[in-house]
Design a protein around this ligand. Sequence first.
Ligand SMILES: C[S@@+](CC[C@H](N)C(=O)[O-])C[C@H]1O[C@@H](n2cnc3c(N)ncnc32)[C@H](O)[C@@H]1O
Ligand code: SF4
Length: 384
Amino acid sequence: MLQLPPLALYIHIPWCVKKCPYCDFNSHGQKGALPQDDYVGALLRDLEQDLPLVWGRTVTSIFFGGGTPSLFSAGHIAAILDGVAARIRLRPGLEVTLETNPGTTEFDRFGGYREAGVNRISFGVQSFDDGCLARLGRIHDSAQAERAVKLAQDAGLDNINLDLMYALPGQNLEMAELDVQRALDLSPAHISHYQLTLEPNTLFHARPPSGLPDEDGAWDMQERCQALLAEAGFAQYEVSAYAREGRQCQHNLNYWRFGDYLGIGAGAHGKLTLPAEQRILRRWKTKHPDAYLAAAGSPQAIGGDEALEPAQLPFEFMLNALRLGEGFDLGLFEQRTGLGREAIMPALRSGQIRGWLAEEGDHWRPTPFGARFLNDVMASFLPD
Ligand SMILES: C[S@@+](CC[C@H](N)C(=O)[O-])C[C@H]1O[C@@H](n2cnc3c(N)ncnc32)[C@H](O)[C@@H]1O
Ligand code: SF4
């Protein structure tokens, strides 16, 4: 039987100062002043429209993602959070993260964000090398990033994540290590360390930049940086996520444990368990900010609804759970998918024989060898 998992809330802010050439997120370069008031109203109408799907449930984390949520004033973030709290129950003390581009924090907004209820800041730092930042088309330099992080810390925000990317154009092993070292020097609670990927529909994909490290070079960077992070007390708990003890991102952990989430905002995705109907629904919202603003709260703002077929569920679950170093319990698979364990036992056993997966009682986790070939491991759970 499907059981109700924790429920998170994702809030998408779809604008950036300028589009980065490697980015395929639903983000749009800002043209003139942002319609902040209108967008706050649209988000709350959007939430109201979704409420019948989650009556009586409690939100356990909130994540403002983008785009660049830090383009919104503290007053507007407060209006969103107050409006959310007036419409759905929030777990006391829940994690509330706001993604921030360090090039958008000239003014001391962090005190206001904190007062609004934000208690975790995730900075898109990418690199501390000014040449790399310029080649990535970033709007800030390393000094601005360091200043922004210190401003947040001075405002009393101590739960800070820094996003870094590696395998950057013109980057060598020493430079990648130095980026991690400079991130550690700022004493964050969490570091996300992503390999730069050339995503379809980006400028970098159409015209790859010169000086990209090859696969072996990227692998060396990952291994060395993993070791540096481990020495500094940052345990890797997911493919790209490293945290000090007790500082894992609760919101992302819920995704990876195949929890539920509401998604509001342009192009936002949600996943909701409907136990009475014994099914899982995916819902996404209209992608373009103008169309979303015009339609939010009406059926036209629903980009699509899709019920997940039982045959898809093993792969959907593994796509998330196998990203976690901790792996998963068979009981969790059963609760979150409503399927019996026999649905995945043959694929688990075959992964075990190949050395991809390790078993401890009812608990399964990827081996270090499996972690290197994670896409193949996940694909082995696809329906025939
Ligand atoms: C929505 S952005 C974070 C906040 C803000 N928009 C910024 O960039 O400063 C999420 C993160 O995804 C990572 N990212 C974006 N595009 C990527 C790509 N093509 N390859 C790897 N990581 C990427 C970056 O580290 C980025 O900080
Ligand atoms: S990486 Fe961040 S700042 Fe750059 S376009 Fe994407 S969402 Fe915007």
